[in-house]
Write a protein that binds this ligand. Sequence first.
Ligand code: IMP
Ligand code: MG
Length: 171
Amino acid sequence: MKILLSSDQLREGVERLAGEISTYYLGQPLTVVGVLTGSVVLLADLIRQFELPLRVGLVQASSYRDSTMPGELAINTDLLPDIRDRHVLLVDDIFDTGHTLDRLTHKLRALGPASLRSAVLLRKHGRKATAIEPDHVAFEIPNEFVVGYGLDYRDMYRNLPYVAAIEPGEL
Ligand code: IMP
Ligand code: MG
């Protein structure tokens, strides 16, 4: 594995991200919605940087493993608090093709939030396949498969305190 972002770099990047988001919301009450499972590490670090009235919710988004349709997702909103008339920030680990954020945005918009924005730890270059853009991005990365700090390969490696690229030969 090749380390792309050390834990020190991640800490700085998350602080920067939190600063940008705090400046945007200027103390308004916020509902932060993490996307399970990849966002949990970022979510825990991010919310502790905020000094604003905060609620936390979760949604689950998982790709249908056997589907032939790219970007087809199962979305579970059972763990979501009522977001009607709330300012909502969706938090995910990585923006790759953008399908996950696109689908989640449509789903949450239908629940009537006052506003809906998004923040991701990573944006992968050269993969975007949707019109949507994440509003806040901590790091831009090259088109490599990465694990750690919440990101998995077959549900493993989420606990690594750094972000590493897996070489194709290692998969
Ligand atoms: P998108 O829908 O293509 O933007 O992909 C977003 C989801 O795909 C993320 O929430 C991750 O679960 C997964 N994903 C995309 N790229 C990677 C990666 O390099 N490592 C681990 N998971 C990834
Ligand atoms: Mg994920």
